[in-house]
Write a protein that binds this ligand. Structure first.
Ligand code: HEC
Ligand code: HEC
Length: 190
């Protein structure tokens, strides 16, 4: 009898865990116990940039977006259009452009074992080739509670593409909620 009841409770427990795991996957990391277990083995943010040339060339006008924030197909497209890059000319000598494209593709979100890279990939249809991190469905969902006052009309932000304005550890590839400080508004609780 004892044997049976412990088997039954084990079954019950695993059913509960199964239910919770799907919930915490869709609800992302509210730092739930189960989601932490499930994401163990995967690093939490995106891989930080290690390439000095990338930091120099692609970090001079804006935050150097980590390769793990977009799929390889996006980086290929971004790098193929540098002479008309979001209204600016960011053209590079062919050799440099090729080297950076290589770096971006090798470290793109597709195969990265980082939680945010996986979330971004999973939010995209295979035929989608976003040119912006800020156009990926995962990003849009995560930022849809921000107001105009916090972003566009905020003199210290202005553009949602200025990751570092709010994510204090963005350069380390870390975007967790407790590290967010919106200029003029403070920390984030949702
Ligand atoms: C001459 C300045 C300049 C240089 C150099 C530059 N960019 Fe940009 N980049 C811009 C501007 C301007 C935007 C658009 C900003 C906005 O409106 O959000 C942008 C936006 C982007 C975005 C989209 C950001 C988002 O998610 O909304 C990506 C990705 C990007 N750049 C990648 C690169 C890469 C990779 C390099 C290096 C090869 C690079 N940029 C070099 C000016 C530059
Ligand atoms: C105006 C401030 C602001 C800017 C600019 C901004 N973010 Fe965020 N970001 C937030 C807020 C607020 C959240 C929501 C946190 C939550 O509710 O989990 C968030 C969430 C995220 C998350 C999910 C974190 C988590 O733990 O769920 C990622 C990843 C992220 N941002 C990346 C970026 C990147 C990359 C950029 C630049 C392309 C950027 N953000 C620009 C404020 C900002």
């Amino acid at each position: 009898m004892k044997q049976i009841s412990s088997t039954a409770s084990l079954l019950l427990l695993s059913t509960v865990m199964l239910g919770m795991s799907s919930a915490s996957f869709s609800d992302d990391d509210k730092s739930g116990f189960f989601s932490r277990i499930l994401s163990s083995g995967k690093a939490p943010g995106v891989a930080p940039v290690t390439n000095p040339q990338y930091l120099e060339e692609c970090g001079s006008c804006h935050f150097p977006y980590q390769p793990g924030l977009l799929p390889a197909r996006s980086w290929t497209k971004v790098m193929a259009g540098l002479e008309e890059h979001f209204g600016e000319n960011a053209e590079l000598p062919l050799e440099d452009a090729n080297r950076l494209t290589d770096y971006l593709i090798k470290n793109a979100a597709d195969d990265a074992n980082y939680k945010r890279s996986k979330k971004i990939m999973n939010s995209l249809r295979p035929d989608q080739i976003p040119l912006r991190v800020s156009e990926t469905p995962y990003f849009i969902k995560k930022h849809n509670q921000l107001s105009r006052k916090m972003v566009q009309d905020n003199p210290k932000v202005g553009l949602i593409s200025k990751c570092k304005a709010c994510h204090t550890q963005a350069e380390r590839g870390s975007f967790s909620e407790k590290e967010i400080l919106i200029p003029g508004f403070g920390g984030w609780k949702d």
